[in-house]
Write a protein that binds this ligand. Structure first.
Ligand code: ZN
Length: 269
């Protein structure tokens, strides 16, 4: 599932490609991917200029000139491609927004969606989200306060969107590996120093992943050399049985509350 770095990568690229451009055609192949009647969607979205694209947690918000907002969540397996019919991935397209010469394709939206809201509706929809980890307001003091008296495994807390926005299965494991702390640890048993290290690792890992275009391998457009660069840089995620690059032990996989957790018992304490 795309997480903060993947969605932020999409946001940066989308702003370059489509902000200021008018939506000239809409094709909806899967009605379940939208939350209003297709006619209503057409009426409010067609011929609108995309003013800008914003990210909140794992969502993207496409702000339209008429004040309406398209809220995208890719969930599991969703992705986007910007280009032409000739070079788009050979996959089922659920929704496409055409900008004249080129088209934005939404692919793999089985659980994912592109919902339409007004400003009030969007506020309600996103009101449960915790702080954004890459924003300046997310300080060490705030983080230490946030985990005070909290219970549960570190992994479960890191992926909790009400606790922190944008971290999922991949980056929670990468953050714990970077911090040399086991994701299965109880959050209430972390020392002050360990908690501070987790905080630093959250910032460093997410920034590094963003710099390398996240881990979703499908390019966003033709000749896109950035997107997916972090896939080969993941140290533990999806690497069960492989050798730890830091200590040589084998990477372990465990299932905790139906989530996969990857870690190294050799160098994570
Ligand atoms: Zn190791």
């Amino acid at each position: 599932m795309p997480e903060l770095p993947e969605m932020e990568n999409y946001r940066l690229l989308l702003n370059q490609k489509i902000s200021g451009h008018v939506i000239k055609d809409i094709e909806i192949n899967r009605i379940k991917s939208i939350n209003v009647a297709p006619e209503d969607f057409q009426e409010k979205v067609l011929s609108q200029k995309v003013v800008n694209i914003e990210r909140k947690a794992k969502h993207l918000l496409f702000h339209l000139e008429n004040g309406y907002i398209l809220l995208l969540h890719l969930m599991l397996g969703g992705l986007m491609y910007y280009g032409s019919d000739d070079d788009k991935p050979k996959r089922t397209i659920q929704i496409q927004l055409s900008f004249g010469g080129e088209t934005l394709f939404f692919i793999g939206l089985r659980l994912g969606y592109l919902h339409l809201y007004d400003e009030q509706g969007i506020k309600q929809e996103l009101s449960h989200l915790g702080p954004e980890p890459l924003e300046q307001a997310f300080t060490l003091d705030l983080f230490l306060k946030m985990i005070e008296k909290k219970r549960g495994r570190l992994k479960a807390k890191l992926v909790d969107q009400q606790f922190i926005s944008g971290i999922g299965n991949c980056y929670s494991d990468e953050i714990c590996y970077h911090a040399r702390i086991l994701p299965i640890r109880e959050i209430s048993e972390l020392t002050q120093g360990e908690a501070a290290q987790i905080y630093r690792s959250i910032k460093e890992v997410l920034q590094d992943a963003l710099k390398h275009g996240g881990y979703i391998e499908t390019p966003f457009f033709k000749d896109d050399a950035l997107t997916g660069g972090f896939d080969s840089l993941c140290k533990v995620y999806d690497r069960e049985g492989e050798t730890c690059l830091r200590c040589g032990s084998k990477i372990k996989k465990e299932i905790i509350s139906s989530r996969k957790v990857f870690y190294c018992t050799g160098c994570q304490k």
